[in-house]
Design a protein around this ligand. Structure first.
Ligand SMILES: *[C@@H]1O[C@H](CO)[C@@H](O)[C@H](O)[C@H]1NC(C)=O
Ligand SMILES: *[C@@H]1O[C@H](CO)[C@@H](O)[C@H](O)[C@H]1NC(C)=O
Ligand SMILES: *[C@@H]1O[C@H](CO)[C@@H](O)[C@H](O)[C@H]1NC(C)=O
Ligand SMILES: *[C@@H]1O[C@H](CO)[C@@H](O)[C@H](O)[C@H]1NC(C)=O
Length: 320
């Protein structure tokens, strides 16, 4: 299933700083009722970076970065926590009332706001049940999803009648969320705008067939996410280059593989080229099967010499 939350649009941040990542904040809540017991998990995301978790033993937000409070006062944060807490109690009642305590039961809720160029922030709430879209909320309107059937229509009708709740949701998504997001972007500026250089290395992948080689160029540890990787022959881009998905490393940096399927005899002379904003125009260039560099030769010579000396020493000790 899942919600298509974050179309990769580059948005302009008022103030002139260009953010490559989408500007958005959303809170994810999953509630699972399996074997007669509930497990609730929640997390808060600025774009693709997780900055909040939920502590279910204390029912409080855990701030993953010193700047995860944005510019909100403790009072405003406590209000937010209360809202989230009441929401999760509501979920249990909602389940009992509408799903007659079906077991297993899985509920996923995404609530947040996203900056759209020209339109400002748009708030959204999306609910999925048993892995299917159930209903969504945009601009004070609750919309049942086709997959949600009569249940979803009934719930949307109830929610629309609850003017209080709809007003609160509207305020949360069209005022609180954008203010919080802008405050976060400002407070977390140093972290969000950092530049981390990629490392790159080459390997061969599983052979695609007899007489063929799969050249793999690994690029890892870079931030921010936009990166350009291409197999080259001289200045010629190899259009057969296949880019994998950009995957997250545990430390918040990114990883990418670019592969090229070539005849074994044609691999010599190929190179992998990497461009990234952190490299200041000095692209990384890795040659396939290149002879060891001068430093490599010197190191090998030193190691051989040391081995010979050690051998000689051993021989002398034995003799004398
Ligand atoms: C529920 O409990 C039963 C018995 O304790 C166990 O066999 C089963 O795997 C559990 N199911 C889930 C979804 O946790
Ligand atoms: C979660 O809350 C409990 C109870 O207040 C506390 O002891 C624990 O340290 C908290 N966990 C984190 C990761 O903050
Ligand atoms: C929200 O709804 C109102 C009226 O229902 C409409 O006038 C307005 O254009 C809508 N805003 C957006 C961003 O869709
Ligand atoms: C936080 O920053 C945002 C954006 O700069 C601003 O609109 C807001 O007034 C600030 N303070 C609070 C408490 O939201």
């Amino acid at each position: 299933m899942l919600f298509l939350l974050l179309p990769l649009l580059a948005a302009l941040f008022p103030g002139g700083d260009r953010f490559e990542e989408p500007v958005s904040y959303h809170f994810l809540q999953t509630s699972a009722f399996h074997n007669h017991s509930w497990v609730h998990l929640s997390s808060g995301w600025l774009g693709e970076l997780q900055i909040h978790r939920w502590n279910s033993s204390s029912d409080a937000i855990i701030y993953l970065y010193p700047w995860s409070r944005g510019n909100f006062s403790n009072r405003e944060l406590v209000d937010l926590e209360r809202f989230l807490r009441v929401n999760s109690i509501g979920i249990q009642g909602f389940h009992t009332d509408n799903f007659m305590s079906e077991d297993p039961f899985d509920l996923q809720v995404a609530t947040g706001c996203e900056l759209h160029s020209g339109k400002g922030f748009l708030g959204f709430k999306q609910v999925a049940i048993q892995g299917y879209d159930f209903l969504s909320y945009h601009n004070k309107t609750w919309l049942p999803s086709p997959k949600g059937g009569e249940e979803a229509q009934k719930v949307c009708k109830l929610l629309s009648q609850n003017q209080d709740y709809t007003q609160r949701m509207h305020r949360l998504l069209s005022d609180t969320c954008p203010r919080f997001t802008l405050g976060l972007l400002d407070a977390g500026k140093a972290h969000l705008q950092r530049q981390v250089k990629p490392e790159a290395w080459l390997s061969s992948g599983p052979s695609p067939g007899p007489g063929r080689l799969l050249l793999v160029c690994h690029v890892s540890g870079f931030y921010p996410k936009p990166v350009w990787v291409m197999w080259m022959r001289g200045e010629q881009e190899q259009l057969g280059t296949q880019r994998g998905d950009i995957l997250p490393n545990a430390d918040g940096t990114w990883y990418l593989q670019a592969t090229l399927d070539v005849a074994a005899g044609e691999a010599a002379g190929l190179a992998c080229r990497v461009k990234h904003s952190s490299l200041g125009g000095q692209d990384l260039l890795l040659h396939w099967g290149a002879p060891p560099s001068a430093l490599g030769w010197i190191l090998s010579a030193v190691i051989v010499a040391l081995a010979l000396l050690a051998g000689l020493g051993f021989w002398f000790r034995k003799r004398w």
